[in-house]
Design a binder for this molecule. Structure first.
Ligand SMILES: Nc1ncnc2c1ncn2[C@@H]1O[C@H](COP(=O)(O)OP(=O)(O)O)[C@@H](O)[C@H]1O
Ligand SMILES: Nc1ccn([C@H]2C[C@H](O)[C@@H](COP(=O)(O)OP(=O)(O)O)O2)c(=O)n1
Length: 242
């Protein structure tokens, strides 16, 4: 089916394993848009903090390490890359050490300030160059781009999310039990939802999409319908569809 090109920002938020990254990447690729994985940026800063060997509870030092770290997040949906201080850290940031530490690091207000400013810069540049971007994370609709023309909050049962994550980990050579994965998903849900600054929650004007009984093509189809219904598609020439 022929689709137009995305104009503007689609904000995709939700907890772990709801399909944000997979769906956002495919949506952006389908609509000729850019794609921003903000979770990867929090993971890269977390890796810098772990490498520095500092106490995670010392938020001042964590903030210092974060501001000294050079995180470069690519926006190509076909090849999402994350660099830390010049090196590709795409695989390392998905490991269990980073996954364990990322919630406390991302709860530090100074870390969020730094990354939100960088995310807004990347989004402005992408809009300038490509006209549209799909941004996924935890606070995109509530804090990073509160005026986004389409906000979608993905949900799914914790068990379904843990099953997806365990399958994904296993495919990447990271074996863990389903129980441990479910415990990690629930721990991060609780931590990310209860932090003081920009906690994980749906924006008041977000469309809530439950993906528990959807597969990836089904999720993508639902998102494409929403983008179209919100009038965010233009013909490649730039002419708005009528
Ligand atoms: N609707 C879905 N149904 C089944 N599996 C899905 C669905 N959405 C995503 N997945 C799979 O679940 C895993 C986690 O998805 P991901 O996009 O990384 O989630 P998130 O970014 O929300 O943590 C991936 O392997 C993906 O292919
Ligand atoms: N916009 C964002 C994105 C992620 N975070 C934090 C909270 C999340 O637990 C971690 C990791 O996010 P990521 O999207 O990579 O996590 P999952 O793919 O869902 O496992 O980063 C955030 O605080 N704000």
């Amino acid at each position: 089916m022929e689709h137009g090109e995305l104009r503007g920002v689609v904000a995709l938020d939700g907890p772990s394993g709801t399909g944000k990254s997979s769906a956002a990447r495919r949506l952006a690729a389908t609509l000729g848009a850019r794609y921003l994985d903000t979770g990867a940026m929090y993971r890269a800063v977390t890796l810098a903090v772990l490498r520095a060997g500092v106490d995670l509870a010392d938020t001042g030092v964590v903030a210092d390490v974060a501001s000294a770290a050079l995180v470069v997040q690519g926006t190509d949906p076909d090849r999402s890359t994350t660099h830390l201080d010049g090196a590709d850290v795409g695989a390392e940031i998905r490991g269990p050490e980073v996954t364990l530490a990322v919630s406390p690091v991302s709860a530090v207000p100074a870390v969020r300030e730094l990354l939100v400013a960088e995310q807004r810069r990347i989004i402005a540049q992408a809009l300038d160059e490509a006209g549209g971007i799909v941004v996924e994370g935890r606070d995109i609709g509530t804090a990073v781009v509160p005026d986004a023309p389409l906000k979608v909050y993905l949900t799914a049962d914790a068990e379904a999310r843990a099953q997806r994550r365990a399958k994904q980990d296993s495919a990447s050579g990271r074996e863990s039990t389903l129980d441990a994965t479910l415990a990690d998903v629930q721990r991060r849900d609780a931590y990310d939802s209860s932090r003081a600054v920009s906690p994980l929650r749906a924006a008041e004007d977000a469309v809530v999409l439950d993906t528990t009984s959807l597969d990836l093509p089904g999720t993508l189809a639902a998102l494409l319908d929403l983008v179209d219904a919100h009038g965010l598609l233009a013909q490649p020439s730039g002419r708005v569809r009528g």
